[in-house]
Design a protein around this ligand. Structure first.
Ligand code: ZN
Length: 153
């Protein structure tokens, strides 16, 4: 006696769930063309954001591990490796040292405003990096330019 109403209510519940599912899928289907139109058009409009906060990278991941503050590691300039460097906020491949340093300095200022653990320093002209953030804004050992903030990831 007690099992029967339970099964019927369960069955009704299942039927309601099914109705909900079909309603939902119907709603999805009818909304689909509108959704598609609103997503695609305005998304392309905003200007390209600055994708990089530094101009150089290291050859491989985790290159900073095992380095001491006395070690300098060679870095690779991104603008030489990227085909459309300018579109990505990088100086062009044939940019002068002054141009490169100016862009790097601006990117570093952005990076310096965000505390990122494990950040080090680099010289975007000599393409060398060091894990010691205490060297930030001190002269590069090679060219004497002020060292900028560098991320290893
Ligand atoms: Zn330098």
């Amino acid at each position: 006696m007690t099992t029967e109403p339970q099964t019927t209510s369960h069955a009704r519940f299942r039927r309601q769930r099914l109705n909900l599912v079909t309603l939902d899928s119907l709603r999805l289907h009818s909304m689909w063309p509108f959704k598609k139109r609103t997503v695609t058009t305005p998304k392309m409009a905003p200007a390209e954001p600055i994708l990089y906060r530094q101009l150089d990278i290291t050859e491989s991941f985790d290159d900073n591990l095992g380095l001491t503050p006395d070690d300098w590691i060679p870095t690779v300039p991104l603008n030489k490796a990227t085909s459309n460097a300018r579109a990505m906020g990088l100086p062009s491949a044939d940019a002068s040292e002054e141009e490169i340093y100016e862009v790097a300095s601006k990117l570093s200022q952005v990076r310096e405003s965000i505390p990122i653990p494990n950040d080090g320093v680099y010289c975007p002209i000599c393409h060398i990096a060091n894990i010691d953030l205490a060297k930030l804004r001190t002269p590069c050992p090679k060219c004497g330019r002020v060292l900028l903030k560098f991320g290893w990831d």
